[in-house]
Design a protein around this ligand. Structure first.
Ligand code: T4K
Length: 412
């Protein structure tokens, strides 16, 4: 009897080979969206050892300063302030900008974008998105401005850019601050400039799941000297010198080990982008022509990091819904994610007082998107296997849907 090699993907020939219907999962171990990319391990460990030898672990250490300098060079921005994560970075810069009252933001984003406002008793005012770019729709912003509005917090989601020129024009004309949550957008451009230097400030994330990570980490970037000064103070309790505090502050500092990881990974940024681009291209090629499935792309952007592979699923065409497809993929150990379903306005605490708010494009898009695994942990063979499962499900949409219904009926 042949020995079953459980390390190889299980080929699927018939619907009963799908794990959902009793077959062996395509992968023996889970494939995650957000597996960290890890650069030169030796260089990282050398830096960690150096940190330990020098006994300087945090508070504007050598590697934090180098990391900030590298990011400022990469983006062409005057000031870069590294932080312990992007959420704290957003909170600090929001305070340094003096935002209060109401701030307009998209609902189609990670929940942190809303929480950083609410955490400081600023009311998040959710705006609908442009379904083509998944970013805040400038045409809908203006109607949401009230005498209480102090700013716009736009999100360069997936690393795609907002309509930055339109947002800048509205902010200038209406006297509002403009902040970008660019957690996803390191290495991406808008027109001829790198994202990082637009609006009053921008914030990057270097969380483990971002394509360049510093374990945990974030950064505020700005060309505004005064804003940088205030943000720097707030990052370190408001200290200007030992025993001397000039303002309210918190602890947003990045540690040396995080900066060592961030610096090491930045040295591999081109390689990470090349792998992400290759993966994206392969997904697009292998899923091309599949009815109801689109691999999204922002082709008008000169520089992109391709860190998210996002499908849009039109269930009227695929018959199998996005959630059904996701469940089928899960059973195959392909842990696809429906980022950023269901939209912040449908999550606590916002849903408790915004139950009647309708954001039709946000709701439509969040019902249709599915993010697939990418990055350095995924091989071309893995992508072929993932695409093979998706093709099998979609090409047999009616039959799969009927089987799902009959399986659900027998299990109840
Ligand atoms: N603004 C936006 C637009 C954001 O997307 C985010 C974060 C922020 C602001 C705030 O940035 P930070 O404060 O985090 O710097 C993940 C990340 O936790 C989150 O950082 C990210 N956005 C969001 C889009 O995705 P989840 O809910 O997917 O769960 P998590 O972190 O457990 O990771 C997902 C998967 O990644 C895991 O199932 C397995 C894999 N993973 C994760 C970690 C941490 C690994 O393989 N290794 C790891 O070390 O949020």
């Amino acid at each position: 009897m042949p020995i079953l090699d459980t390390t190889l993907p299980a080929p699927k020939q018939a619907l009963d080979d799908l794990a959902f219907f009793g077959g062996r999962p395509a992968f023996p171990e889970p494939l995650h969206v957000g597996r960290p990319n890890i650069g030169n391990r030796e260089k990282f460990l050398t830096r960690v050892n150096d940190t330990l030898d020098r006994k300087w672990l945090t508070n504007d250490g050598r590697y934090v300063i180098q990391f900030e300098k590298r990011l400022a060079e990469l983006t062409g921005v005057k000031h870069c302030l590294a932080m312990c994560n992007a959420t704290i970075a957003l909170e600090i810069v929001i305070r340094a900008l003096g935002l209060k009252g109401q701030v307009i933001l998209p609902s189609f984003t990670f929940i942190a974008t809303a929480h950083v406002l609410q955490w400081q008793d600023i009311t998040p005012v959710f705006c609908d998105i442009d379904p083509r770019t998944h970013t805040i729709d400038p045409e809908k912003v203006e109607a949401l401005i009230t005498p209480e509005t102090t700013g716009i917090l736009a999100v360069n989601l997936w690393g795609w850019h907002c309509d930055i020129a339109a947002l800048e024009e509205i902010a200038r004309r209406r006297g509002l601050k403009l902040l970008f949550d660019s957690a996803h957008a390191l290495g991406c451009s808008y027109k001829d400039r790198m994202i990082g230097g637009f609006g009053d400030a921008e914030v990057f994330s270097f969380h483990a799941t971002k394509f360049v990570n510093s374990l945990e980490g974030g950064a505020v970037l700005t060309n505004d000297d005064e804003l940088a000064r205030k943000t720097r103070l707030m990052r370190n309790f408001g200290f200007v010198a030992y025993d001397q505090v000039a303002s309210i502050g918190t602890n947003g500092k990045m540690s040396e080990v995080s900066a060592a990881m961030g610096l090491t990974n930045l040295e591999s940024i081109d390689e990470f982008i090349a792998i992400n681009r290759r993966n994206h291209k392969q997904y697009a090629a292998e899923l091309a022509g599949l009815k109801g499935i689109t691999v999204l792309s922002n082709d008008d952007q000169k520089k992109r990091n391709y860190q998210y592979v996002v499908l849009e699923i039109d269930a009227a065409e695929t018959i199998v819904s996005r959630d059904e497809l996701m469940q089928i993929l899960y059973r195959e150990n392909i842990l696809a994610r429906r980022y950023f379903y269901p939209g912040c306005h449908r999550m606590a605490p916002y849903n408790s007082y915004l139950s009647s708010l309708s954001l039709p494009q946000t709701e439509k898009v969040s019902e249709r998107v599915l993010s697939l695994p990418t990055g350095t942990s995924i091989s071309p063979a893995d992508i072929s296997t993932i695409c093979g499962v998706i093709r099998m499900v979609v090409n047999n949409g009616r039959e799969v849907s009927a089987k799902l219904r009959s399986q659900a009926a027998t299990s109840t």
